[in-house]
Design a protein around this ligand. Structure first.
Ligand code: GLA
Length: 349
């Protein structure tokens, strides 16, 4: 058994490709330097004793049969249960969890927590870490089945596969992850907090629960179109659907195209074009996918007034952060945070 381990997992910014992951589409996220750190050491045999430092909150549960819980405890119990269910041996451990990603911000605090917990639990038990795609799927199960958010694999893959100076083009049908050079030629990417928090869990009514509702709408559109996923949907097909499904499908089809166009614009060093694509993505998320809010719109407008080349909401929507692309020489607004691609999840000790 290892004595003391420290696992770090980053949050992520999604450059473009929003609400495409669970539709087997494309996205272009990158890992950021903010994240969750879990220190682990051997503990009572058969038990996990966990302390969430920022919340000053404790949990203890038996590894034999972790039961459901709310909040951060659902992540800890779910991580332990799902790793064991997938055949990975764990041992009694003490965990100390702390983080720097604001919760509900659209920067993926949830995936950072799941991934850091799994890496720490495996490391302290000296159990080999699964392939990163398999681990992303285990983490996603924690979020789907223990936390109640029917999210896709975007955040977990970005946190696990992040690479310094690169975004990741992810194809969610083949699960192929390809690094894309994020050469910004003097431009900078910044995030700005809309001040509005959100949760992705919930049955589908009200602002906090819109994420699962959108997912259900996409599933219904697939049924009506006779498709396995919206990856194969077309604009013509979308046009025949009832409202609001036609608009939801239109977003997914055009957003997949924007991901490919962004990859091409980056390769050509055409940053003004990247900015246009970010704006187009935001318009589609606001008008067709309807996941923006007045607080987010006000934040986007402030970005535009500050001279950004492009700005859009990031993450699941209904609040959270706005991403902006600033041209060379434009000072970042005081409340903006500069973001750059960093390494994926790893052990610090
Ligand atoms: C959240 C989910 C992801 C993805 C995005 C929207 O971050 O966790 O799986 O669906 O929203 O792109």
């Amino acid at each position: 058994m290892r004595n003391d381990v420290i696992a770090f997992a980053p949050g992520r910014v999604n450059l473009i490709g929003e609400h495409t992951d669970y539709n087997y589409g494309l996205a272009l996220p990158f890992a950021i330097s903010e994240g969750v750190t879990v220190r682990a050491k051997p503990g009572r045999a058969g038990w996990i004793d966990a302390h969430a430092v920022d919340l000053d909150s404790h949990d203890s549960f038996s590894l034999d049969a972790p039961a459901g819980a709310q909040g951060w405890r659902a992540f800890a119990r779910g991580a332990a249960a799902e790793l064991q269910a997938a055949g990975y041996r764990l041992t009694g451990s003490q965990l100390r969890i702390s983080g720097t990603v604001p919760r509900g911000s659209g920067l993926s605090s949830s995936a950072a927590l799941e991934v850091a917990l799994c890496l720490a639990l495996l490391a302290v038990a000296e159990t080999a870490v699964p392939d990163r795609i398999v681990l992303a799927q285990i983490c996603s199960k924690v979020e789907n089945d223990w936390v109640g958010a029917r999210t896709g694999l975007l955040d977990q893959l970005a946190s696990l596969c992040g690479e310094r100076d690169h975004a990741l083009r992810i194809d969610f049908r083949s699960l192929e992850v390809s690094p894309v050079d994020l050469e910004l030629g003097g431009y900078t990417l910044v995030t700005l907090d809309s001040g509005q928090r959100h949760a992705n869990a919930g049955p589908g009514e009200g602002a906090d629960e819109g994420y699962n509702q959108r997912r259900s709408e996409c599933a219904r559109a697939c049924e009506l179109l006779g498709l396995e996923s919206l990856r194969d949907a077309t604009l013509d097909g979308a046009a025949g659907l009832p409202a609001p499904l036609a608009a939801r499908v239109r977003h997914v089809v055009t957003e997949n195209e924007r991901v490919e166009q962004t990859v091409a614009a980056l390769a050509a060093g055409d940053l003004p074009r990247v900015g246009e694509l970010l704006d187009a993505s935001h318009a589609s998320l606001r008008d067709d996918f309807e996941i923006s809010t007045p607080a987010v719109e006000a934040t986007v407008q402030r970005r535009r007034a500050a001279g950004v080349t492009g700005a859009r909401i990031v993450g699941g929507g209904f609040g959270g952060h706005v991403l902006g692309l600033l041209p060379p020489g434009t000072p970042a607004p005081a409340d903006a945070v500069k973001v750059a691609p960093g390494p994926g999840a790893h052990l610090l000790s």
